[in-house]
Design a protein around this ligand. Structure first.
Ligand code: FEO
Length: 385
């Protein structure tokens, strides 16, 4: 797909429509793009390469844009293989090409490749350093842990373009017409959710810049309404709920727990005008449930006890949420057990390891199916929520 950026800045990234799992774990029904950019000036710079799955198409695009010229610099924003796989190949193609990176880039890079004349190629940059290409000037800002320690972003001063590495990225290829927000949210919370403080540090640096365009390493080039994207990242990275609503996440073995949560949803809708959403944890993609959990202010968890432990899918979900830095939410628990129910206690054990969580009482115990007594308890919980 041909994407126009500016007369001097060219898109040479590639859509991967056939990828099933990103990072071996996240479903990508609309694929993903590996973005790569070329700046043509007196000196020519490539910003990042692409995944091994996209090498041939990327090289074709690169050669087409170069029109016989050579690459002078490769900016290495991020070493994760979906962006770094072709560094060695590009070094071999352009023996005089310099590699622009920071201390951590150059510390990690030999773990990925043996590059000829590595020491001679290295151009070490620190926060605020600039490299002049001609009319274009690249200014570098370190963005450690957004998403790996060596990540840095590049601001091109003439055209006011921010090459933002993984930040502001989104799942889905560039030829898919879909809104940015939901797949960008799923991408953000699952991939960099844990690193809110580091994203805040990057946003603080970005406020000093006039940005006309954001060029991330995945997903569309953002060239309108930049404040909207920055605002969303501000909200997400501070763990602020977007929706003052209630998300019920139910894991059900035979359907009784899910039926009970349908009942709770009905009660909640009756009692307030907040948005209430019910997700079947057994059927829904886990990364989407995580994304939704961050969106809402209140989370209700419902699960059975299994082998005297927490039902495995709920355990996995909660451990993942904790790993992503989930915090600053209201939470309520509903358990189901025909005998010896323990799920509420086990869910609490994980939630108490999260920060700034407000536990809403009562905790409800269902014995196999709802009865008059447990329906009354759910009513009480709905009232409090
Ligand atoms: Fe798209 Fe962290 O790599």
């Amino acid at each position: 797909m041909n994407i126009k950026i500016t007369d001097s800045i060219k898109y040479i990234g590639v859509d991967d429509k056939d990828l099933d799992l990103f990072e071996g774990q996240y479903v990508v029904p609309n694929g993903v793009s590996y973005n790569s950019y070329l700046i043509k000036d007196e000196k020519i710079a490539v910003l990042d390469t692409v995944d091994s799955r996209a090498t041939d198409t990327w090289l074709e695009k690169l050669d087409g844009e170069l029109e016989g010229k050579k690459v002078d610099y490769l900016v290495v924003s991020h070493l994760e293989p979906d962006h770094s796989y072709n560094i060695k190949l590009l070094c071999e193609k352009y023996p005089d090409m310099k590699l622009i990176g920071n201390q951590k880039t150059f510390a990690f890079l030999p773990q990925f490749f043996n590059i000829d004349e590595f020491e001679k190629r290295k151009v070490l940059v620190n926060d605020g350093d600039e490299i002049v290409l001609g009319q274009h000037t690249l200014k570098f800002a370190m963005a450690p842990m957004v998403h790996w320690p060596e990540v840095m972003v590049t601001y091109e001063k003439k055209e006011k373009v921010l090459f933002s590495a993984d930040a502001f990225g989104k799942f889905g290829t560039l030829d898919i017409a879909e809104e940015w927000e939901s797949e960008a949210r799923r991408y953000y919370f699952n991939i960099v959710g844990k690193y809110g403080i580091q994203v805040q540090a990057l946003l603080n640096k970005a406020t000093e810049l006039e940005i006309k365009m954001i060029c991330p390493l995945h997903g569309p080039i953002l060239d309108k309404n930049i404040e909207y994207y920055v605002d969303m990242y501000n909200t997400w990275s501070q763990y602020i709920p977007e929706e003052d609503g209630i998300l019920i996440v139910a894991a059900s073995m035979h359907g009784n727990t899910f039926e009970a949560m349908k009942e709770l949803k009905r009660m909640l809708i009756e009692k307030s005008d907040k948005e209430v959403k019910l997700i079947d944890l057994v059927r829904e993609d886990l990364s989407e449930v995580i994304s939704q959990a961050f969106k809402y202010k209140t989370l209700v968890l419902a699960a059975p006890t299994y082998n005297a432990e927490l039902f495995p899918l709920m355990e996995h979900f909660l451990r993942e949420l904790k790993g992503k830095g989930y915090k600053n939410r209201k939470i309520a628990f509903v358990e189901n057990g025909t005998w010896a129910p323990m799920a509420n206690k086990l869910m609490m054990d994980i939630v108490t390891q999260m920060k700034d969580m407000e536990v809403v009482m009562p905790q409800v115990t269902i014995r196999t199916k709802l009865n008059e007594e447990t329906r009354q308890k759910l009513e009480e919980l709905a009232e409090v929520l």
